[in-house]
Design a protein around this ligand. Sequence first.
Ligand SMILES: NC(=O)C1=CN([C@@H]2O[C@H](COP(=O)(O)OP(=O)(O)OC[C@H]3O[C@@H](n4cnc5c(N)ncnc54)[C@H](OP(=O)(O)O)[C@@H]3O)[C@@H](O)[C@H]2O)C=CC1
Ligand SMILES: C[C@H]1O[C@H](OP(=O)(O)OP(=O)(O)OC[C@H]2O[C@@H](n3cnc4c(=O)[nH]c(N)nc43)[C@H](O)[C@@H]2O)[C@@H](O)[C@@H](O)C1=O
Length: 315
Amino acid sequence: MDKDCTIYVAGHRGLVGSALVRRLKEQGYGRIVHQTSSELDLRDRDQVERWFSEQSIDYVFLAAAKVGGIAANQDFPADFIRDNLLIQTNVIDAAYRHNVKKLLFLGSTCIYPKLAPQPMREQDLLGGPLEPSNEPYAVAKITGIKMCQAYNRQYGTRFISVMPTNLYGPQDNFDLHTSHVLPALIRKFHDAMVSNAASVEVWGSGEPKREFLHSDDLADACVFLMKNYGGDEIVNVGWGKDIKISELAALIGRIVGYEGDIVYDRTKPDGTPRKLVDVSRLTEMGWQARITLEEGLRRTYQDYLKEIYHTGGVR
Ligand SMILES: NC(=O)C1=CN([C@@H]2O[C@H](COP(=O)(O)OP(=O)(O)OC[C@H]3O[C@@H](n4cnc5c(N)ncnc54)[C@H](OP(=O)(O)O)[C@@H]3O)[C@@H](O)[C@H]2O)C=CC1
Ligand SMILES: C[C@H]1O[C@H](OP(=O)(O)OP(=O)(O)OC[C@H]2O[C@@H](n3cnc4c(=O)[nH]c(N)nc43)[C@H](O)[C@@H]2O)[C@@H](O)[C@@H](O)C1=O
């Protein structure tokens, strides 16, 4: 990627998109273009067509999507499959028709079978039934992967697909109904600490395990892959270790300084029991994550505090 190339970061205000913009700027890329969803609704083919005709885009990071935690996926399954299919189809097709040099599609590790052997390897894709709580979202993501591969085969494009594990960092969604577990627990423990509450409620049994990667590490991996990888195979990105939700809750409680009890609401779903990814493909290419969970959590909690105290709220 030449320093004067035009890079479109779709979803630049989100967790991943904002980290990508930070990383690209740090590396000296000066022509980064983007639009908010109200300026450019990527579900609308005509708007997408107009945007690609007006810009001369060389590279696309496709980080715009309908994203949410376990409850949002269960409550809005139609929105998750429709919006993601529309966004990714419109952007991938426009990138082909407007001769984009390379596109990076962001998938997710929920594409792997619910009971895939751990750690999950790239070749486990389509090896068994999916986790029901996020199946519509996962099916949209699998379609995005297959679309990139089909365009590469038929049209000779260079569209690559990256599968990140559960992410966290600045600009995350802290809404208690729609967020993922890590930002939800930061907010719950912080609120409980401030209000002196006797306990914090954690959903499910606390037994499922998840792997967490800081968005700055993911952005670094995506820029690395955009520069160094042109293959058809999907690539996992993760930290390499997972922890139980109960351990995560205890760690966040300690970082926030909350000393009350943790109670488990077993009426809420656990979701998939475990989803650790095998990162050997990426490690063999020479990339490794750097931000430990404890350091990343401390940074994220500081960012959260700055956000609520200086701007009056978080999304
Ligand atoms: N968060 C996670 O744990 C994981 C995320 N991923 C993937 O990474 C990618 C980015 O996720 P993340 O950053 O967490 O998500 P966020 O929800 O933080 O950001 C998504 C972005 O997408 C944009 N967007 C949504 N709908 C539209 C639309 N109709 N038109 C234009 N833009 C739209 C939003 O723009 P605006 O702000 O302008 O409304 C928003 O900034 C997604 O593909 C997701 O599936 C993969 C694994 C884990
Ligand atoms: C990234 C990934 O994210 C989603 O899958 P998920 O990992 O199951 O989602 P999650 O982060 O919401 O939950 C992880 C675990 O944590 C438990 N949990 C406890 N307490 C809270 C809580 O307060 N909020 C939330 N959200 N979860 C909680 C929760 O019950 C579950 O056992 C999908 O969008 C999927 O499609 C996807 O790609």
